[in-house]
Design a protein around this ligand. Structure first.
Ligand SMILES: [Zn+2]
Length: 59
């Protein structure tokens, strides 16, 4: 009778799929070690970390 609840929980775990880690396009630090902010340049979707962002602003 309570089988439906168990199935719902399993579906929830499956939804959390693995995805590639985002990396800063300048220093290549991954989102595990730094906060990354989405940005765009020359038609590309990129990520930049908070360390590299000030350097971009002052370019
Ligand atoms: Zn960076």
């Amino acid at each position: 009778m309570s089988d439906e609840r168990t199935q719902d929980r399993q579906a929830g775990q499956k939804a959390r799929e693995e995805r590639p880690l985002a990396r800063c396009f300048r220093c290549e630090v991954s989102e595990e070690y730094a906060v990354l902010i989405p940005c765009r340049s020359k038609g590309e979707d990129l990520w930049v970390c908070t360390h590299c962002l000030p350097q971009l602003i002052h370019q």
